[in-house]
Write a protein of this length. Sequence first.
Length: 105
Amino acid sequence: MTIFAESVSSNGVDHEKQLECELKNLGTLTTYKDLREIRGGIQNTRASLVASFEQPRRSNPLVIAQLQDEIRLLRQTIQSERRAFFTDRASGDWNYQKMANASRS
């Protein structure tokens, strides 16, 4: 999960840098006199921005799947811990006194 979080964070920083770069390019294009250069620059910037936004959109399903898997594993761990807490270790039977005390809390 740590590797996944670092990857998402890194991609966010890269995306922000790309956006800043393209905004600078657009600012530079405002100084041009040649309409063909302006159009070409705008087309290049547009293509770059589209590609920049496509990458996170494609990775979102993977992110969601990984998070769902982590949630499932956490729920299993919680259930296992809860069962262990309410089970008598020696006999393996439910410990009704612990269950009753927990429900009163």
